[in-house]
Design a binder for this molecule. Sequence first.
Ligand code: C2G
Length: 136
Amino acid sequence: MKKVITYGTFDLLHKGHIRLLKRAKELGDHLTVCVSSDEFNAEKGKRAYTSYEDRKYILEAIRYVDEVIPETTWDQKIKDVQKYDIDTFVMGDDWKGKFDFLEEYCEVVYLPRTAGVSTTKIKKDLGLSDKEDWKA
Ligand code: C2G
């Protein structure tokens, strides 16, 4: 069984996220999604609208996703690839080159991002910001 892994926040889920997950799954038989914890998002300078628990719940409902685990640090990828016996690591190409160090442990694939959609654009179009004020 060919195992694939990808990482991300996946906040305000949109077509770009789904297309990434679909193409990632097409590279193997099993897709693990490592979704950023709320604390790790703070480290990434992001504040997700949807909590980690809810982002996990939503991702688990997607047909392309087989397993969802937490991402809590930048440095867990090598351990994850070994622990989950991963064959292929996949990210959108906005990360191109950033994770080439994993080539020692698995195949590394950067897929073209889906143009015209992003969580940041959604928030901007809705007049939301990353500030506290839009928290429900
Ligand atoms: N993505 C995409 N097309 C878009 C938007 C996002 O293909 N229009 C991809 C990104 O390239 C990424 C995945 O969807 O591979 C998740 O995107 P984010 O939730 O923004 O993830 P990010 O904040 O980049 O977190 O350790 C890695 C980080 O956790 C990645």
